[in-house]
Unconditional design. Structure first.
Length: 420
């Protein structure tokens, strides 16, 4: 059975240069932007999705799929320090005064050592661990439907400029994990779209599916989109290490497609609870060495003559444990691609990023969302979200901060992201 990855399709729609609002606001005199790259202190590899925050403020950001970050800081705070955190690494505090404004900063994080319990047993067969983890999904994850409240954000950048920024509070009906036939559903509760973005030139790039894309990254429920019984033998599995996540000891198992496999598959790491074999976290990317085949997996629609190929992909999903079960906690995907249109002498690079963070959960009196009120997989979030705008809901936070870490936004909005 051929694996499907429809959950990362991207629609490209031809559009004449139109009114997309004003150019994005510059930093001005009251802010300083610090840019840099985060790397492993030993291997020198880039650190993806590391969190960079200014403690005791709502200012923060996350490194991208190349390990790069940009943090805009008020001049009144430049004497302070930033905190950098990443799973499996020691926290690092860096004084802003030691960094160069704008660019040229490289910061190295040191791996954190893990103290192993005497009873910990290392697995001998990494593939068997993964297979057992997939078979135990009905027992490790909620067997009851849940109503989730989430904060979703979606951005599209052309080169370094934002051409689309949208975000919303969403209601999610999370179907039981033991029921593969029953799918999840999502509806927009309150949303908004920033008009303070750069005008797009020649092409409009849109992500189809919105928060549904993030829900499909829940590989514990949708593992047939990434790993399923028929394709396990197409991968190499290796045991990498043991790490602690939220006081839970986890196996780190790497996977990548075997050399004889021609179709683009995935590579990455699974973090699996050593005691109950629950998947606690997954980081993975698509093999895009064959550009033509990889491109065919993403493009839903494009103008004639446009040439497109992805340059990098990165996906992350995490879970939280409560009362003996694991629940979806956070999902993020980032896709970069290059687009050319020889007939119009057009060439540009794009980055599409979406994040979904679960902020509240309810188990009792759960009713499935109707199809009519649900956001559909063929809808475009940035087009639909304006219908749910409510300035009173966002209060004083009436401006979207595109480089703000989603964790900082959630803290800022506070009770708005809790069920009343």
């Amino acid at each position: 059975m051929k694996p499907t990855i429809s959950f990362i399709r991207i629609g490209i729609v031809a559009l004449l240069i139109g009114a997309y609002g004003n150019l994005m606001a510059q930093n001005g005199d009251s802010y300083v932007t610090f840019k840099g790259a985060l790397k492993d202190g030993k291997t020198k590899e880039s650190l993806v999705f590391a969190t960079v925050t200014l403690p005791e403020t709502h200012i923060g950001t996350v490194s991208n799929s190349d390990g790069d970050f940009a943090l805009k800081v008020p001049k009144t705070h430049t004497s302070k320090s930033i905190l950098i955190t990443h799973l499996g690494y020691k926290n690092k505090v860096v004084e802003l005064s030691s960094l160069k404004p704008d660019n040229g900063n490289v910061i190295f994080l040191e791996p954190a050592s893990v103290n192993l319990d005497e009873i910990t047993v290392r697995p001998l067969d990494a593939q068997k661990i993964v297979l057992d983890a997939l078979q135990k999904v009905p027992y490790n994850y909620s067997n009851r439907p849940n109503m989730l409240l989430g904060f979703y954000r979606e951005t599209i950048k052309q080169r370094r400029d934002y051409v689309s920024i949208s975000e919303a509070v969403v209601d999610i009906y999370k179907a039981p994990y033991k029921s593969a036939a029953e799918g999840d559903r999502v509806r927009i509760f309150k949303g908004r779209k920033s008009s303070n973005v750069k005008r797009s030139d020649t092409l409009a790039v849109k992500l189809q599916g919105g928060p549904n894309v993030s829900l499909l990254l829940d590989i514990a429920k949708n593992h047939d989109l990434l790993l399923f019984d028929e394709t396990l033998n197409l991968y190499n599995f290796t045991f990498d290490d043991l790490v602690t996540i939220d006081n839970t000891m986890c196996y780190v198992i790497s996977f990548s497609q075997k050399s004889f496999v021609l179709e683009p598959l995935y590579f990455g790491k699974l973090y699996i609870d050593t005691k109950n074999l629950a998947i606690v976290m997954a980081q993975f990317s698509l093999n895009i060495e064959d550009k033509d085949k990889a491109a065919s997996m993403f493009v839903k629609k494009k103008p004639y003559g446009v040439k497109f190929y992805p340059t990098s992909t990165s996906y992350l999903v995490t879970y939280k444990q409560q009362n003996g079960f694991y629940y979806l906690n956070y999902a993020r995907n980032e896709v970069k691609f290059k687009c050319t249109w020889p007939k119009r002498i057009f060439s540009s690079n794009y980055t599409i990023n979406s994040e979904l963070a679960i902020t509240d959960r309810e188990v009792d009196n759960t009713t499935r969302l109707t199809y009519r009120e649900s956001f559909r997989s063929n809808d475009v979030f940035s087009d639909a979200v304006t219908a749910f705008n409510d300035e009173n809901f966002w209060g004083e936070y009436n401006v979207i901060e595109p480089d703000e870490a989603i964790e900082s936004a959630i803290k800022k909005y506070g009770k708005r992201l809790k069920r009343q």
